[in-house]
Design a protein around this ligand. Structure first.
Ligand code: KMH
Ligand code: ZN
Length: 308
């Protein structure tokens, strides 16, 4: 059991929409403030997406990240992780541009293609603030989040020269095998930061046995060569986190993954979720990792070696 637990906070993402929560960070100022608040509350890693400030629609142009990356760097020592998942509606080329431009310490890397269904959320909302939101949910009935072997190789090759390392997002057991394939080919180097995603429609579920199976399979494939982290989508976020912490894992929270702080109660900030996550860690007699401890655990290049 490692005694330090890395908390990642994913502050806005590309799945939830402005109608779903007034607390979802949208503008660059809101994203910067949410990220800084999360870091102050104990998040060692900040997983970042950008949005159009007027409509809240996911925006994966490198320029959309400019106004908040510098602010976050000046105000915190936290590790910045830039998404290459963007929105599942975007091409891999579009999705990779911000990480290629800004050379963060970490970029996300999605380890397989899958159905990506968030249309069940349609039932919860009668009206939407912006037209794109309904289409975004409705369209996910027919949405394949494409991450072919070629796509994954493209992200690896594009970011490799920058010394960026990866948050390997694994939404199912097969994604662990895909990572093992890239490890066998020498295209990725340990320690692997494996982010297991539970509860997205199209991926593995949220049963405790699902969490066990993911961990057991990663143990068998990677031995001591990986750091395990989990995220639970939606209402199961903290139950999954608690199980993973007690199994020696690291955790990810944030409004990207769940807009809730308790049953039926919206989280009023990302920091509020980080505070709750930290209490889980400390309640189990463990300590949260500082950003520099996370850098050492994940063999990162350092906060000065980025392009922002
Ligand atoms: N929205 C999460 C379930 C990415 O940014 O690369 C997955 C995610 C994808 O974080
Ligand atoms: Zn993300």
């Amino acid at each position: 059991m490692p005694d330090k637990v890395i908390i990642t906070c994913a502050v806005t993402g590309a799945i939830h929409t402005p109608t779903m929560s007034q607390y979802l960070p949208i503008t660059p100022d809101e994203i910067a403030e949410a990220a800084i608040g999360a870091a102050e509350a104990g998040a060692a890693i900040l997983h970042l997406h950008a949005r159009d400030p007027k409509t809240g629609k996911p925006d994966q142009s490198p320029e959309a990240f400019t106004p908040f990356l510098g602010r976050i760097k000046q105000s915190t020592n936290a590790v910045v992780n830039i998404t290459t998942g963007g929105s599942p509606y975007m091409t891999v080329d579009e999705r990779t541009k911000p990480a290629a431009r800004w050379s963060p310490e970490v970029a996300s890397l999605n380890m397989g293609s899958m159905n990506f269904g968030f249309f069940p959320l349609l039932a919860k909302y009668k009206e939407f603030k912006h037209e794109w939101e309904r289409e975004h949910l409705e369209g996910s009935r027919d949405l394949v989040f494409r991450n072919s072997f070629k796509d994954i190789e493209y992200v690896l090759e594009t970011c490799y020269g920058n010394g960026t390392r990866f948050e390997f997002e694994c939404y199912d057991i097969s994604h662990l095998y895909n990572l093992a394939h890239f490890a066998d080919r020498g295209l990725v180097k340990p320690p692997f930061f494996v982010q297991s995603v539970f509860g997205l429609l199209g991926g593995i579920g949220t049963h405790p046995e699902d969490v066990m199976h993911m961990k057991r399979t990663a143990d068998r494939l990677f031995g001591s060569d990986f750091r395990w982290s989990v995220l639970g989508a939606g209402k199961d976020q903290f139950r999954i986190a608690a199980q993973a912490i007690s199994m020696g894992g690291n955790i990810r929270v944030g409004l990207e993954d769940s807009i809730w702080i308790a049953r039926g109660k919206l989280a009023e900030s990302n920091a509020q979720q980080v505070v709750k996550a930290r209490a889980l860690v400390e309640g189990l007699g463990l300590e949260i990792a500082t950003p520099d401890e996370a850098r050492a655990m994940l063999a990162l290049k350092g906060g000065d070696a980025v392009n922002f």
